[in-house]
Design a protein around this ligand. Structure first.
Ligand SMILES: [Zn+2]
Length: 410
């Protein structure tokens, strides 16, 4: 294969990816105005339903605009030999391959972040604001941005440096060491994410004494879940949208409830949501996800080790000196169809797990309060009641509201 052929294969993958995405989006958008299924007619009042449709359409148009912008930018960068340009800047500062790679990715990430920040600003302060979701301030927005960038620089930069170091020490066996490193990091993050990362962005407090806590205690004792693992997070700092999630394992396991969720739902509904989260824990979903992501990483790194030493990866991007970081860029694109497929599989498994957690809540608590809480949450986030099945299959990590209600009532 010639470098030019490989170049056009990379471009082909990027363009096909874009087209598939746009077809799915437009398929989904064609069904925004479908008749609402009988089970869901009580989710919205008429006025609110109109608002939810306007929200979906606004997001659809805005999504098209951002993805076209990103595509044009990416293709421009490829055709104008952007990688060679950035690589030569990085090389002018150092001869050390790790330093070069850090400067290279630093420029690319910072550059793309600066170019896409106006879009996320517009989404938060214009779209979300207009539909009444936004509670964030410009100060929080800027601080989030800075904290996020620093975190990526420290964690991402650290891991990348070590992987390149392994590569230089051990050649193509580097993937085994890299896999070990990423596994340690993933397990550590899974355990301590709530203790180390979340506090940088939010405040978490134990559940307050009172009627709600009493009901939760009663349920938790019945199913054998330790109560000191339930926290309330100040999600209302940024958005009115509500959520709840389970994280960690072993002594570090916890359920986090958004304060917005506690405000929006009644006592029984909150216990039902909590029961769903306990279901994720009892059915060992967290462990399954952790193990599959570790195995998947090992597979990806192994495939990477087969290709990384091929200079054609750099030649295809018109970069004169072959290096690990340029190989990584080309490989990332070549690998993306495979990661699409594994992503589809993980979404499929995730939807199965949601049914299992719903069933657990139904069997240990009750189905109806969970149904009414799901309806309220859908309404409060103006979510789509009539998504297209192909869009659900490709993108949804949760079954649709209709599917969940039918399952809970079966
Ligand atoms: Zn769930």
């Amino acid at each position: 294969m010639t470098p030019t052929t490989l170049f056009y294969i990379l471009i082909g993958i990027i363009v096909i990816n874009f087209i598939v995405d746009k077809i799915l989006d437009s398929l989904n958008a064609k069904h925004f105005d479908d008749e609402v299924p009988a089970e869901l007619t009580d989710v919205y009042e008429e006025e609110e339903y109109k608002k939810s449709q306007a929200y979906k359409k606004t997001n659809y148009k805005f999504g098209n605009l951002t993805s076209i912008f990103t595509l044009v930018l990416t293709l421009g960068f490829f055709f104008l030999d952007g990688f060679q340009f950035v690589d030569s800047i990085a090389r002018s500062y150092s001869d050390n391959s790790i330093v070069i790679a850090l400067i290279f990715f630093g420029i690319i990430m910072l550059g793309s972040d600066i170019l896409t920040t106006p879009f996320s600003y517009y989404r938060t302060f214009v779209i979300e604001e207009k539909f009444g979701f936004n509670k964030s301030t410009k100060k929080i927005f800027v601080l989030d941005k800075i904290k996020g960038l620093l975190m990526t620089a420290i964690l991402g930069g650290g891991i990348l440096s070590l992987i390149i170091w392994f590569y230089e020490l051990t050649g193509k066996d580097f993937w085994l060491y890299a896999w070990g490193l990423v596994t340690l990091f993933t397990v550590f993050m899974n355990m301590f994410y709530s203790k180390l990362i979340v506090p940088l962005f939010n405040k978490q407090t134990p559940l307050e004494e009172g009627e709600l806590k009493n009901s939760i205690t009663e349920y938790a004792q019945k199913v054998g879940f330790t109560l000191d693992k339930i926290f309330v997070i100040d999600g209302s700092k940024r958005s009115t949208k509500a959520n709840a999630y389970f994280s960690g394992f072993g002594a570090q396991k916890r359920i986090t409830l958004y304060d917005t969720l506690i405000n929006d739902l009644d006592k029984e509904e909150i216990v039902a949501v909590l029961a769903h989260e306990v279901g994720h824990y009892k059915r060992k979903h967290i462990i399954f996800n952790l193990i599959s992501s570790i195995l998947l990483t090992g597979f990806t790194l192994f495939i990477l080790s087969l290709f990384i030493n091929t200079p054609i990866l750099s030649e295809a991007l018109s970069v004169s000196t072959h290096s690990f970081h340029i190989g990584l860029i080309a490989f990332g694109i070549l690998y993306s169809p495979i990661s699409e497929i594994t992503g589809l599989f993980m979404n499929y498994v995730s939807r199965k797990f949601e049914y299992q957690a719903d069933d657990y809540a139904k069997n240990t608590y009750s189905a109806e309060p969970l149904i009414s809480s799901l309806k309220k949450l859908s309404k409060n986030s103006l979510s789509n009641l009539t998504p297209h099945p192909a869009y659900v299959f490709m993108h949804y990590s949760h079954p649709t509201l209709l599917e969940r209600i039918r399952n809970l009532r079966s």
